[in-house]
Design a protein around this ligand. Structure first.
Ligand SMILES: Nc1nc2c(c(=O)[nH]1)N[C@@H](CN(C=O)c1ccc(C(=O)N[C@@H](CCC(=O)O)C(=O)O)cc1)CN2
Length: 305
């Protein structure tokens, strides 16, 4: 059997970003509106700093406004709530992004619930989660599941009717919304997790397997149905395999054992370069869509599920 097709998330994300840039230019020309995203970072977590910088750079590259709020790690929860209130009231801010994880003394759910649902560029607010779960229009969809769905459609086409899909991982920001998206696409969906009995057997039934469990290389090659489409959402930093890399060196791996899975799957996303780049591209798309909604302009088709 030939190796799987490698799904190039980096290339797809570049194309999506170009389409968002066109949409931004069109909105400016038609309505005189420049989409703006407030990017809120609390603390100095090194990975969060890298992600936030990439988001701020992408906004500027695509012609949008980036309102950057980098706050100290000991910021009081009340002050963060007050900042969100100000951003909710600011008409130049169409989207608000609070980078996760937040420091431990801050209640994440309380913060996410304070963001006005129509400005919730991440799609984490319970109103948006509820719209998606009940299949109603107008939900802002979380970026990683949205990006995963766009890659699945690009690989298999828009008609996913009747396919067996398994989502491994039940987080509010990836697993649950991903399951709802696939259900809405008429897939037969299993939402599995670390406590699922006979997990390998469940996986082997799936035409579409989305791994978002946060465990390095947990999904082995013999868990995969031959020809399946495998979407690996995991981003795990592990010690470098090659001792010549030197002490302390690390590498990124997904939740799927790629070298084994590529021999069985029909198509598979790599890590890095698969779903990861789609997360930021979809954040740009959600920001544009929020600005379009606020201006009464049509929203981009890729954000209108
Ligand atoms: N408010 C949010 N916080 C977090 C989210 C989110 O969607 N909203 N997701 C993650 C982090 N994240 C974006 O914030 C993110 C993670 C990974 C990538 C990415 O492009 N990964 C690359 C590899 C990068 C590397 O070399 O380390 C890839 O997979 O190719 C982008 C964004 C948690 N927090």
């Amino acid at each position: 059997m030939a190796d799987a097709k490698i799904i190039d998330g980096k290339a797809f994300a570049a194309g999506l970003r170009a389409r968002v840039a066109d949409g931004v230019a069109a909105l400016k020309a038609s309505h005189g509106v420049t989409p703006g995203l407030a990017v809120v970072l609390v603390g100095e977590d090194p990975a969060s700093q890298v992600y936030v910088k990439s988001k701020e750079r992408a906004l500027v590259e695509l012609g949008m406004n980036s309102f950057d709020h980098h706050e100290a790690a000991d910021m009081a929860e009340a002050d963060l709530l007050a900042l969100i209130d100000r951003l909710n009231a600011d008409p130049a801010v169409h989207g608000i992004l609070v980078q996760l994880p937040l420091p431990k003394h801050i209640d994440t759910q309380k913060i996410l619930a304070r963001i006005a649902p129509e400005k919730d560029a991440d799609g984490f607010h319970v109103v948006n989660a509820g719209l998606l779960a009940t299949g109603q229009p107008g939900a802002i969809v979380p970026c990683t599941p949205l990006g995963s769905l766009l890659l699945i459609r690009d690989t298999l086409g828009h008609d996913l009717k009747g396919k067996r899909a398994l989502v491994l991982g039940r987080s509010n920001i990836v697993g649950k919304p991903m399951a709802h998206l696939l259900l809405q696409a008429d897939c037969t969906v299993t939402l599995a997790h670390s406590r699922t009995v006979d997990l390998a057997e469940e996986c082997r039934r799936a035409d579409i397997l989305v791994a978002a469990v946060g465990r390095p290389e947990m999904v082995r090659g013999d868990w995969i149905k031959p020809g399946a489409t495998v979407i690996d959402v995991g981003i795990n930093r592990v010690p470098a395999a090659d001792p010549a890399a030197g002490p302390g060196k690390t590498r990124l791996v997904g939740d799927v054992a790629f070298a084994e899975a590529v021999k069985v799957a029909g198509a598979i996303t790599p890590v890095p370069g698969g779903v990861g780049p789609m997360t930021i591209a979809c954040l740009m798309l959600n920001t544009l869509a929020a600005a379009c909604r606020a201006a009464g302009a049509p929203i981009p088709a890729e954000a209108a599920l």
